[in-house]
Design a protein around this ligand. Structure first.
Ligand SMILES: *Cc1c(COP(=O)(O)O)cnc(C)c1O
Length: 403
């Protein structure tokens, strides 16, 4: 065995021993709520396709028509010859929808965050970041080479302290936050962060991957007026890619300097066509969003009825992300496996994605779930908890929200 493989085998053994080894399951066919995996049907409760648009036939048809017209690949970066009329139309429609001057498409949210933070900040600057920010924001801030002012989750007093330290250090300052936190489902106090940013001459950078299309007036998202607004097209829009929205100079500057954009092949035009079709549906059919929010309320009421004595913690969340904190990684895996055997797919999330001791089921709701599926999921969850933790622990109402 090569020295590299010897080292990797050792690391893999350690992950396995700590119940942190990860594997994939391949889905056959479409990634809707009702899907087939390993030849078996199951109901998906862990996708970010919150509105069911990833398997909406109208979105797929728009992509198919565009594929016929534009082919598969864009063939080059956007600054060379890869920029297509479909890309431009999507950028203009997104900008108009959220009421910002300009939008720039990236091939992924990961690329958008890395490219943008690295372009806008550097050595001598400070990025003030919530400790639960998405991994791509953390890596983007590190790549920028700026001072990293990490503050405890949602702690505005600590933000202020970091801003004072940043001012003393000199340089540019950015406050960087998820809007909806991807593993906890809670929402950042973006109004307070925006006021702090103004008071301290800092810029506000908001990653709205889980808010865009789902939350806010007509699904326009959260904090679209931030200095730098980032959202993805692979979640509520059911397509792929991401965009940054903001002022004219911001977008023109990113076109000159965002390396993950400048040096990366433009996404397939047909994907932009799919996102355009999804955006049209979001704008003209509020019923999907209404059904999603009714599903969230139904799930929360059903969980409350399971009682306060659950051996898991039901986090307080009004968003489609509903984490069930188990704690131990092996126990989270066992609960996920038990649900899977009962026909429900709810992925377990373990460290390093979440802090040690907070392994969880990250359950997500979609407009495409039926009330009956939600009710049965809760019934199966009750049975799975009894199977994994002992029957005596599951009784009577009122959940314990976790701070
Ligand atoms: C999913 C996600 C991203 C990454 O977006 P991709 O398009 O999947 O690369 C970035 N930020 C947050 C908060 C996310 O949830």
């Amino acid at each position: 065995m090569s020295p590299l493989d010897t080292r990797l085998r050792g690391e893999l053994e350690r992950l396995r021993a700590a119940d942190l080894y990860r594997v994939r399951r391949a889905v056959d066919g479409s990634h809707g709520v009702d899907l087939t995996v390993g030849g078996r049907r199951c109901i998906n409760f862990c996708s970010n396709d919150y509105l069911g648009l990833a398997s909406d036939p109208r979105v797929a048809e728009a992509a198919r028509v565009a594929l016929g017209r534009t082919g598969t690949g864009s063939g080059a970066a956007a600054l060379v010859s890869g920029y297509n009329g479909e890309h431009r139309a999507l950028e203009e429609e997104l900008a108009e929808f959220i009421g910002r001057p300009r939008v720039l498409l990236f091939s992924s949210g990961w690329a958008a965050n890395l490219g943008t933070l690295r372009a806008l900040f550097g050595k001598g600057d400070t990025l003030v970041c919530d400790e639960l920010n998405h991994a791509s924001l953390i890596d983007g801030a590190r790549l920028a080479g700026a001072r990293y002012g990490r503050y405890p989750h949602g702690d505005l007093a600590a933000v202020e302290t970091e801003l004072r330290l940043a001012r003393d250090a000199g340089g540019e300052i950015g406050i960087v936050t998820d809007s909806v936190f991807s593993m906890d489902g809670d929402i950042a106090d973006v109004d307070a962060l925006s006021a702090l940013a103004q008071r301290h001459s800092a810029s506000l950078i908001v990653d709205d991957a889980h808010g865009f299309g789902v939350i806010g007036d007509d699904g326009r998202g959260i904090a679209t007026d931030a200095d730098v607004y980032v959202a993805t097209l692979g979640k509520s829009l059911g397509a792929a890619g991401a965009f940054v929205a903001g002022s004219e100079p911001l977008i023109e500057y990113l076109i000159q300097r965002a390396r993950t954009w400048v040096f990366s092949t433009a996404p397939p035009p047909a994907i932009a066509a799919a996102a355009r079709a999804a955006l049209r549906i979001i704008r003209s059919e509020p019923e999907h969003r209404q059904r999603l929010h009714a599903n969230i309320a139904r799930f929360r009421a059903g969980m409350a009825a399971l009682g306060p004595d659950l051996p898991i913690t039901v986090m307080a969340s009004d968003t489609p992300i509903q984490p069930l904190i188990v704690g131990d990684a092996a126990a989270a895996m066992a609960l996920s496996r038990s649900l899977y055997q009962r026909g429900y797919w709810v992925a377990a999330i373990r460290p390093p994605t979440v802090p040690a001791g907070t392994s969880r089921l990250r359950l997500t709701l979609s407009a495409a779930h039926t009330p009956a599926q939600i009710d049965d999921l809760i019934e199966q969850l009750r049975a799975a908890i009894a199977e994994c933790f002992g029957a005596a622990t599951v009784q009577n109402p009122v959940p314990e929200p976790m701070a």
